[in-house]
Design a protein around this ligand. Sequence first.
Ligand code: ADP
Length: 662
Amino acid sequence: MSWITIVWSMNAAACLTLAAIYLLVWCKQRQDPAHLLFSVTAVAAAAIAAFELEMMHAETVGQYEALMRWIHVPVWVLVISFVSFVRLYLHAGRRWLAWSICGLRTLVLILNFVFTPNLNFRHITSLRHFSWGGGEIISVPVGVANPWGLLSSVSLLLLLIFFVDATITVWRRGDQRRALVVGGSMIFGAILAWHVPLVIWGIIDIPLFLCFAYSGIVAAMAYELSYDLLHAAQLSRRLQESEVDLRETQERMELAASAAKLGMWMWDIARNEIWLADKGRALFGFAPSEKLDLDRFRSAVHPEDRELVFQAVQNSLRTGAEYEAEYRVLLPDGQLRWIAGRGRVEFNSNGQPARMRGASVDITKRKQAEELAARQRNEMAHLSRVTMLGELSGSIAHELNLPLSAILCNAQAAQRILANGKVDHTELREILNEVISEDKRACEVIRRLRLWLKKGEVQQHSLRINNVVQDVLRLLRSDLIHQKVIVDCELARNLPGIIGDPVQLQQVLVNLVVNACDAITNRTIPERRLLIRTGIQNRNGSSAVTVSVTDRGGSIPEEKMEQIFEPFFTTKPKGMGLGLSVCRTIIAAHRGKLWATNNADCGATFHFSLPIAAPDKGAPIIDTNHLTNMQCCSHGAVRHRGGVAPNGVKAPRGSGYDVTKD
Ligand code: ADP
């Protein structure tokens, strides 16, 4: 067998092998037509090789003419496949050019079967036989070329232009490798194919080797497709690896979530569907397969907390801020569980909230611990109040004695009037009025004491700090008189409200005033006075109401400035050292601060600040000051300096009164 037969056969075999491989690939991945297209192309290329070999071995003119006519069929298939491949796979080449080539090539095929013997020759006169390149004897046609054969050359020219144009497009798109391999081989093949008209016109005397021009293109296409297959295989391997990683990460996350008792959730807002991990379902008492939406979630939340949770959700949806809420859920068995929820909203391209993702955690234990701590703090505060009352009992007795003596005097006066027999009704009415008002005064003292000693839950009220100051001064009035202490008050006007427990805040102030009195009575100073100030403080963009108690006693050593707030720290012979530490816990529970400073000249000042209540938060402001005016008119030691503006600027002195005298 000569090399010509071997080479052409090998070419055909290679093309058929490639065709078979890519047909199999297409069978596996039917969604990609490129593989099928390539398979057809490769079969056509193999057929061309077979036809060419047969033509070379043709012994008669008739044989050659028939072969030349039928070779147009695989050539047509090949050209259409090339054009389709460029359009579908490379996404390049002008559409009109593609249609022109396909149309022209089809016309060539039809005309080929119209003309006899074929489109290329009017007639073949003879076959020339010679040995080519030292190989076997081959046949080459000798005849008159058909001018209609020019159509075939035009289609070849258009194909060349189409390939060049497509290659430039692919190159410009940045895909140089593909442009070089596929585009380059196509251009080269289309140029090589020009030997066919030259042979037909008798310009050159060689056998047709179109199969090599086209099988080069087929090889380039195969390389490109295999590159993509390889790439796809790599991607799929990486995907598998990522999936394994993802599964591992998910498992780790689930482990961490389960360790932290976290329930991950996702709310699809448009569909109103909630996805909740199994852990989360257990937290809320939802069944594993239960369909969840916002209404189902709402029904699980404790009725008292629903408003709070949904306000937090609404706020997050409106502003994009992080969602954060602590609430109780009612479990199917009637138990209550505390949940802390956190989440974030994700917006779609139109800026509308699309979904919310987050996690919920069981904080029941923390809440129970907090409740226990609050209970203990209240117990402690109550104990401290009882102790304080013990210290004040003398003055309280005095406070009660006054109205009781007045009642007694008035009753005796009434008896005398009645004994005289001359009843003056007007005088008697006045005496009775006096008795009633003194009785009310005694009742007020008892009411305040009962309130003071009341043990119970911390009340959260909206209140005015100035009222708290006035209540405290009323409570301490007798004691202040007894100790001959003058209290100057600078109460800022129009202070915003705060949220808190009035009795506990009174307790803090009583403690500070009693300590201040202790500090000044320990010193031999001519005038015992202390100053209570209220105002407003702006720091780091947030405002707080402040109260300060300034005395002119001894100062606190700098190193003890913090120590005095520790439990059981005292410098007093009969002190317990609990007052300031209790005060600090009370103020901290009100989200405020309590601290002390030394005055520039002498004495110390104790300050505390409390956050301002949000305007729409809390209950309506209660007036803890049940008495309309400061009742220091007959006995007292309070000098009211008139109001100051909240910023601390003193207003002109009001009609302050000195009531230091009995
Ligand atoms: P106690 O009054 O029973 O000692 P406190 O906790 O109220 O307990 O006070 C702790 C200590 O802080 C006091 O013993 C005193 O040394 C110091 N202290 C409190 N208030 C003042 C003050 N106004 N001036 C100076 N020292 C004070």
